[in-house]
Design a protein around this ligand. Structure first.
Ligand code: ZN
Length: 247
């Protein structure tokens, strides 16, 4: 008899997109834990439904994103572009007290075993975008664990650090191509609810902590359903149209 290897679902930037979150949870199948890297709200029309569903997940860890912090009033709305502000103001009017309370208690960073969890970057958990290997390299001194997992850019990507050279290489997330984690790394599963790599499918990752490997995944979801709900709730049309192209 073989024992099943421990599987952890890593997801980020759900942004109130319930159909995408449902597809990801179904596609991922049975997992031992769920790690969520922030931005449950913002842009999408189903903030409460997404938070409710996330809160039901087994062994959940969740860190705070900039949109979560914006809705809670911890960051000035002036820091967001106009359309994002419209969405955040709307969320404030619909969010349930229980979900507001839940978001309030989410930490900015978390650490599980060998992994640091954060939304933006280890040195600036809420705001910094890790968009290139140079920014990634400068972040390796800001966390002590072998791995960090981040979201925020909505791009599935792995930054691998070569300590002896003080250099970082990046590799774009390709569906179904497992990555063996033999060096320190900063890993981004991509965005569930608003992918920006011109692939409209929802993105997530599966992490195998025992064999130290990571898999990028993509899954289709009902884009039209979320687009209709964006329009119906009077949210910015751009947030609906961009989902078709995945940007
Ligand atoms: Zn985001």
């Amino acid at each position: 008899m073989t024992t099943r290897s421990k599987r952890i679902l890593v997801l980020s930037d759900i942004h109130g997109n319930l159909p995408a979150l449902q597809s990801v949870l179904q596609d991922a199948g049975e997992v031992d834990a769920v790690w969520c890297l922030g931005d449950l709200v913002g842009y999408g029309p189903f903030p409460n439904e997404c938070i409710d569903l996330i809160r039901q997940q087994k062994d959940l860890r969740c860190v705070m994103g900039n949109h979560d912090a914006g809705m809670l009033g911890r960051i000035s709305l002036g820091m967001f572009n106009h359309d994002a502000q419209v969405s955040l103001k709307w969320m404030k009017t619909v969010i349930t007290e229980s979900n507001w309370d839940y978001l309030r208690k989410i930490p900015e960073t978390d650490q599980v075993d060998k992994v640091t969890l954060v939304h933006g970057s280890p040195r600036n958990p809420i705001w910094e975008y890790i968009l290139d290997p140079g920014i990634a390299r400068d972040n390796f001194s800001s966390f002590a664990t072998p791995l960090a997992m981040v979201g925020h850019t909505h791009l599935p990507i792995a930054y691998i650090y070569f300590e002896d050279l003080d250099e970082t290489e990046w590799t774009l997330g390709r569906h179904g191509k497992p990555l063996k984690l033999e060096h320190r790394a900063i890993l981004n599963p991509g965005s569930v609810g608003q992918p920006r790599d011109h692939d409209p499918r929802a993105a997530y990752a599966i992490f195998y902590p025992r064999r130290m490997s990571w898999e990028f995944h993509r899954v289709e979801y009902d884009i039209e359903r979320v687009q209709a709900a964006i329009i119906q709730n009077g949210l910015p049309a751009r947030h609906a149209s961009r989902l078709t192209e995945g940007w």
